[in-house]
Design a protein around this ligand. Structure first.
Ligand code: HEC
Length: 280
């Protein structure tokens, strides 16, 4: 094949691929239901070198604690997790003081009674409602637990984007659908006459009215007190809650890939050495 025909063939192939991609996204747009696609946010924890922004996790925790925790539980997280490496990394003293502000149900004592005591670092976050039924009776729907929510929510990006999302290429390796959706959800209350209408909630009817708005939480680190900032911070915090070992996972993954590359090189030269004297 001459260079000219080769370049013609590859041009044809790329045009074909481009056409395929275009029809794919057109189809995705066509069969999409009323919910628009959440906007893709820039996250520090995205990509192979992803890591959490400590200050952001601390602010996100503040939003959770002051606003969302009135309705949403966080059952799998203990106070002490907040001081562990790879998370918001509050100091142990801060965590102890924080835990002590909560009342934890414990018991039974020697008399067989349950009692309340101040929280300890090893306690898990107490839930705002005694049980899901009580939450539904008060709110009209059960607020889902936050522990895994950021990873339990996703949305369809359609063919071919879902393929590209899986590939380790620029623009690919996309795993942040959950936090992107939560940001969009918190900003998605577009109808002033219907507090339960949300652009991004599937079906648009959500039992949760807009939980935060500009100025609702008093940040002390100078970050803007805006809805978008709260939404991003609390989503990052929820991502950490759902995957506290993300940083470790990404570091291990990188080391494994680096090892495999070096090992492949060694194997190649070993093979050359071993077969060097064989006539072929
Ligand atoms: C007044 C109670 C209340 C507060 C405060 C609250 N929520 Fe909710 N939330 C709910 C209820 C109830 C639902 C269930 C909605 C439904 O199923 O229609 C819900 C659902 C959700 C969902 C799941 C949506 C889905 O796709 O299923 C997310 C995410 C969420 N809330 C985030 C937050 C965040 C973040 C905060 C704090 C900034 C917050 N909520 C504060 C009551 C609350």
């Amino acid at each position: 094949m001459t260079i000219k025909t080769f370049s013609l063939v590859s041009l044809g192939a790329s045009l074909g691929l481009a056409a395929l991609l275009a029809t794919g996204s057109a189809q995705a747009a066509g069969d999409a239901h009323s919910a628009p696609q959440p906007e893709r946010q820039a996250w520090t924890f995205a990509g192979p070198f992803g890591h959490y922004d400590r200050a952001q996790l601390q602010r996100g925790f503040q939003v959770y604690r002051e606003v969302c925790a009135n309705c949403h539980s966080l059952k799998r997280i203990a106070f002490r997790n907040l001081s562990e490496a790879g998370g918001p990394e509050f100091s142990e003293a801060q965590v102890k003081a924080l835990a002590a502000e909560y009342k934890i149900k414990d018991g039974p004592n020697d008399a067989g009674d349950m009692f309340e005591r101040p929280g300890r670092a090893s306690d898990r976050f107490p839930a705002p409602f005694a049980n899901p039924e009580a939450a539904r009776a008060a709110l009209g729907a059960i607020p889902p637990d936050f522990s895994l929510l950021a990873k339990a929510r996703s949305y369809s990006r359609g063919f071919p984007l879902f393929l590209i999302d899986a590939l380790p290429i620029p623009g690919g390796a996309y795993q942040e659908h959950g936090p992107d959706y939560i940001v969009a959800l918190l900003k998605g209350y577009s109808k002033t006459d219907d507090p339960n209408y949300n652009d991004y909630f599937p079906g648009n009817k959500i039992a949760m009215a807009q939980p935060v708005s500009d100025g609702a939480v008093d940040y002390t680190d100078g970050s803007p007190k805006t809805l978008i900032q709260y939404a991003r911070d609390v989503s990052a915090f929820m991502m950490w809650a759902a995957e506290p070992k993300l940083e470790q996972r990404k570091k291990t993954g990188f080391n494994v890939m680096a090892f495999l590359l070096v090992f492949a090189g060694l194997l190649y030269y070993t093979k050359k050495r071993v077969w060097a004297d064989v006539v072929h």
